[in-house]
Design a protein around this ligand. Structure first.
Ligand code: PAF
Length: 282
């Protein structure tokens, strides 16, 4: 596996691939890689001649300094893992390489998607995501880019950015990868205490029950039920639970049979914030 820390060197290297008409898949990550990331890489490998993984803990998407400082960094293990799955290229830039001396986000208009859910709790987060993902697209110029559905709002926002800015890349959303007990895989899980780790599968269990209830009950009643379930959990604090339409991400008003809905949740397990979602059936 080739490792590049400089964007120009990476660009030069990739231009040879492009001259040979090779298709390039990009998997952007913030490192602390887990099996969920590996599933994105495997998908990218199946559909492209060449796969680039980026590892960059993007400072502008963190609304809390503490979260950025404590974000898990396991670069040696990440490199080993990437080598074990025969990844072609790792792009590992420094903050200066990406932002020079101006570590700030560009402002984006995602047609309101940015004001739903995560947007209400993580100020500036999606401007930060838009900034780094667009920058990575400009550097790598991939044919396809792969993102997990755990961050479903992020996925929809990136699709919107690609459409609005007419970027020449296909966005592929990949299913959530879960631990055996149902907890959605996340780099942040490594920071959970043992007690919080043991409590965390309750999130997905509750989502599955909410999905069942949504078949026969209205969204308000389901939301109230979820809120009450979390009140009984001393180790988990519910930040939000919302049932929203998949495209607009707007909270459901009345069920419409031609629309797809998803339940979204954010929970604090101690200091660690976990998000998850599940597709619902009408
Ligand atoms: O989902 C992530 O890991 C990050 O938000 C991303 C897409 C790599 C941008 O920094």
């Amino acid at each position: 596996m080739k490792i590049f820390t400089k964007k120009l060197e990476l660009k030069t290297y990739l231009s040879t691939c492009k001259e040979q008409n090779k298709s390039i898949g990009l998997v952007p990550t913030m490192g602390a890689l887990h099996r969920g990331h590996l599933s994105l890489i495997k998908k990218a490998q199946k559909k492209n001649d060449f796969v680039v993984v980026s590892i960059f803990v993007n400072p502008t998407q963190f609304d809390k300094k503490e979260d950025l400082i404590n974000y898990p960094k396991t670069i040696d293990e990440d490199i080993q893992l990437l080598e074990s799955v025969s990844c072609d290229v790792l792009f590992l830039p420094s903050v200066k390489e990406i932002y020079d001396d101006n570590v700030s986000s560009k402002k984006f208009d995602f047609d309101g998607l940015e004001h739903q859910m995560e947007g209400n709790f993580r100020e500036g987060h999606f401007d930060g995501v838009g900034t780094i993902v667009k920058t990575l697209f400009e550097i790598v110029e991939p044919h396809k880019a792969y993102f997990g559905q755990k961050d479903f709002q992020q996925l929809q926002i990136i699709k919107k950015m690609v459409k609005k800015h007419r970027l020449n890349v296909k966005i592929k959303g990949c299913p959530i990868f879960r631990e055996a007990d149902g907890l959605a895989m996340s780099s942040r899980n490594a920071r959970l205490t043992e007690a919080h780790r043991n409590a965390a599968p309750f999130i997905y269990k509750t989502l599955k029950k909410a999905r069942k209830k949504f078949g026969t009950e209205n969204a308000n009643d389901v939301s109230e039920w979820v809120e009450n379930q979390f009140k009984k959990q001393s180790l988990l604090e519910l930040e939000y639970f919302t049932i929203a339409e998949e495209k607009s991400l707007e909270t459901i008003k009345n069920k419409e049979s031609n629309k797809k809905y998803r339940a979204f949740i954010a929970v604090f397990a101690g200091k660690i914030r976990l998000i998850d979602n599940i597709q619902l059936k009408n």
